[in-house]
Design a protein around this ligand. Structure first.
Ligand code: HEM
Length: 416
């Protein structure tokens, strides 16, 4: 028997989506008491879903496709044209294989070591300063590390401008007005630079070290056996650089968690395995990506609900990570819950769900966790700092959400 998907009345709810941000789907799911509902966004019908069962459905590539699902403003800033995020089927699998080829333990370890070196340099600089804005400093630190890791260390003079450009790509997709255009123009400029480097490497004018992202991607053949066009290579190199810099957002929330839950520090100092649980809880508890979007690939029925080909469908990532059916007391910060977590690919999805190689799950999830753990070690064991009076609140309608003060630290110094 067919069921009617619960429907939100009204012509369009795009403004409510901007106003309610991370809570848009969660609020409606709770008031309609349903894990699925229909609404209208940008003048079109959209299905919203939340929870583990919904995530398993959403990641079934026979039922949903990515091509044509993301709004142009997101493609022009966050993803880049023809990026892996917009591909489906065999073409997606082949491209993802290239990205995942960098996600082995040796490469991850290499990146973490570079990040640690950058922490060492940064602490020396911070110790000379009265105070630092952690978010700004972390973006620079991670940007330097990311460029070294991909095989093109930045000149110190370029760090500020390049960091600003890369950050604009993840800070502006959901912002209206001129700020959004800063993200677009930054992407165009940096893509062009990387494209130039790729061309020079292919013409043998410069050489990248083997086993680096730049070397591998420059000479990777597409599924037809041809080198990828330079623009696409640049887009995928940025798909590695940009999100490494974005880990700065999680580092801000990590410091906030240490500040708001000070008893956690003792556990982190005393139990070596606790940092994994802590980092997982930071990624579950705090907002980052609100939802992911796909389009229904072909008509089908699920739990009696009809899905029509072409319908925009949003899966709530933040809401699923706060679903009381999965997480007891979801609004409490409790890292220990991850000692009991069974590891379902659909219940804990801050960086998407499903399979890494065959689906769209975040290629850099392992990198994110390890870079956070390496940095957490500095924050808890190797650094001392004070957090002066400031506005540490964060808004659920800013996407991405970052504490208002971006976290000011005073008297940063090495622990004795
Ligand atoms: C995809 C979140 C870090 C590379 C994604 C997706 C999310 C996400 C939500 C989409 C999943 C989907 O479409 O179903 C995050 C967050 C990060 C992060 C919150 C924290 C900073 C990274 C890092 C890298 C990375 C460090 C690489 C070094 C990618 C790539 C995709 C992706 C290439 C596209 C995968 C595909 O479409 O197959 N990420 N990510 N991300 N992420 Fe991340």
């Amino acid at each position: 028997m067919d069921n009617q998907i619960p429907r939100e009345e009204g012509l369009d709810h795009s403004i409510a989506l901007l106003k309610e941000g991370y809570n848009f789907i969660l609020n409606r799911s709770q008031s309609m008491q349903s894990d699925i509902f229909e609404t209208r966004i940008l003048g079109k019908k959209a299905i919203c879903m939340i929870g583990e069962e919904a995530a398993a459905l959403f990641y079934d590539e026979n039922k949903f496709q990515r091509n044509g699902a993301a709004p142009n403003r997101v493609v022009q800033t966050l993803f880049g044209k023809n990026s892996v995020q917009t591909l489906d089927g065999e073409e997606h699998r082949h491209r993802k294989e290239m990205l995942m080829s960098m996600m082995n333990p040796e490469e991850i370890e290499k990146l973490v070591e570079i990040v640690k070196m950058e922490w060492e340099h940064s602490i020396d600089q911070w110790a000379q300063m009265e105070q630092i804005v952690l978010y700004e400093e972390m973006k620079k630190l991670l940007c330097k590390a990311a460029f070294k890791w991909v095989g093109y260390p930045l000149h110190e003079d370029d760090v500020k401008v390049i960091t600003k450009g890369i950050a604009a790509m993840f800070e502006t997709p959901a912002v209206l007005g001129p700020t959004h255009w800063i993200g677009r123009s930054a992407r165009n400029q940096i893509e062009k630079k990387i494209e130039g480097l790729i061309q020079e490497a292919r013409n043998k004018q410069i050489m990248f070290s083997e086993n680096t992202v730049l070397h591998k991607f420059a000479f990777y053949k597409d599924s037809n056996g041809n080198l990828m066009d330079g623009e696409t290579v640049a887009v995928e190199v940025l798909n590695m650089l940009r999100p490494i810099v974005a880990i700065a957002i999680y580092m801000n929330f990590t410091v906030l968690a240490l500040h708001n839950f000070p008893h956690e520090k003792e556990k982190l100092r005393n139990y070596s395995d606790y940092s994994q649980l802590f980092v997982q809880e930071v990624r579950r508890y705090y907002p980052f990506f609100p939802f992911v979007a796909a389009k229904v690939k072909t008509n089908f029925t699920w739990n009696g609900y009809k899905f029509e080909k072409g319908t925009l469908t949003l899966l709530d990532l933040y809401g699923t990570n706060h679903d009381p059916n999965i997480w007891g007391q979801p609004n409490e910060f409790k890292p220990e819950r991850f000692a009991r977590w069974k590891g379902s690919p659909f219940s804990f999805i801050p960086q998407g769900g499903g399979d890494y190689n065959n689906g769209h799950r975040c290629a850099g999830e392992w990198i994110t966790i390890e870079v956070m753990k390496g940095s957490l070690d500095y924050l808890v064991k190797r650094l001392e700092y004070e957090i002066p009076e400031q506005d540490l609140s964060f808004n659920m309608d800013d996407i991405p959400s970052i504490p208002q003060s971006k976290i000011i630290l005073k008297n940063v110094r090495r622990s004795l």
